[in-house]
Design a protein around this ligand. Structure first.
Ligand code: HMG
Ligand code: MG
Length: 295
């Protein structure tokens, strides 16, 4: 495979992880910044730091304060890019106000999931997100695009073609990368192979695709491995294995970044984290604050 042996790690614990941890709303901005700083110290360079969504997502309510405090952290770690999830123009304005350099937008494949998540159908959601992407690009902010329900949902059967078409649509609209989310953790290596075959058939450049696996049934690393074999080089994970999804059927957390780094080491692949022990400590510290045991 000519795609190289460097794996790009995208840390999502402070957003995708914490947004679905029951005790995360009690974390202060200082608690979160301590977690994020530990992640940067461990070497991670792409860190999702929070979201500018409706205040009903209480775990993310202090993202503005977090982003302000991260300005000092950025001076110490200038190579780190902090990203913020935004659902609409209002979220983008809030991201601009803190000087964000990267935002992430999201699109579901399932109508049911989309309605529960953002009170909009899939096509409506896409139409609403287009001006957000355009405005962000005009302001010099790069945009990552998430696609949820990668392997299907209650009302939406698994459709690799739809994944590929929506990926292409988001890239053509201006996203620099799409992250394909196994929101409910139902993926397996053969379905992963089918998705990547569809991406290739639709000429979606794999260099602009990230995989985002959840570990519900313990398949996340097997799915990473299959993705790698087929040319994917960017993976999302959450230190401490935080998270899940509020509208999914109680999935376990995101793939733990500690496990992803160990997988890189086992495969002799390069990545930004040299010392997994540092990550493990960061994961243990945030789990302790959340009142959870390390997995
Ligand atoms: P809505 O209630 O339909 O919004 O929510 P609205 O436009 O009717 O506005 C209602 C109120 O919310 C207004 O305030 C707005 O100003 C305010 P009021 O006038 O009543 O005082 N509002 C906002 N406030 C702050 N920031 C904003 C914002 N927008 C509106 N950005 C909306 C629609 C999309 C806003 C809401 O449903 C929402 O924020 N949803 C996001 C929920 C969320 O965070 N979900 C997680 C997404 S991640 C994911 O799905 C999966 C992923 O992690 C990958 C994976 O694991 O698979 C990506
Ligand atoms: Mg996730």
């Amino acid at each position: 495979m000519s795609a190289g042996n460097y794996i790009q790690l995208v840390e999502v614990g402070a957003r995708d992880g914490l947004q679905n941890e029951p005790n995360a709303a009690a974390l202060s901005a200082v608690d979160k910044v301590e977690y994020i700083t530990a992640l940067a110290k461990a070497g991670l360079t792409r860190i999702e730091a929070g979201s500018f969504v409706h205040p009903k997502v209480t775990a993310m309510a202090n993202t503005g304060e977090v982003a302000e405090k991260l300005k000092a952290v950025h001076q110490a770690f200038p190579d780190v890019i902090f990203s913020y999830l935004v659902p609409n123009v209002k979220g983008l304005e809030r991201a601009k106000a803190v000087g964000a350099k990267e935002i992430a937008i999201f699109l579901a494949l399932s109508e049911k999931f989309s309605r529960a998540n953002i009170n909009q159908g899939v096509d409506e959601s896409f139409q609403n997100i287009v001006p957000v992407i355009k405005d962000a690009l005009a302001a010099g902010i790069r945009v990552r695009g998430y696609i949820s329900n990668l392997f299907g949902y209650d009302d939406f059967p698994f459709s690799p073609d739809d994944v590929a078409k929506r990926s292409k649509q988001l890239l053509e609209t201006g996203c620099f990368e799409v992250s394909l989310g196994d929101t409910t953790g139902i993926g397996d290596p053969e379905k992963t192979r089918a998705v990547i075959a569809a991406l290739n058939a639709h000429h979606v450049p794999l260099a602009h695709v990230a995989m985002h696996f959840h570990d519900t049934f313990g398949n996340a690393i097997a799915n990473v491995d299959m993705s790698y074999e087929l040319g994917i080089r960017t993976f999302d994970a959450a230190t401490g294995g935080l998270g899940g999804c509020p509208y999914a059927n109680s999935p376990k957390g995101n793939l733990a970044m500690e496990n992803l780094v160990r997988w890189c080491q086992g495969r002799a692949l390069r990545c930004d984290v040299a010392d997994v022990a540092q990550l493990t400590r960061a994961g243990e510290a945030i789990l302790k604050k959340l009142g959870k045991q390390a997995a």
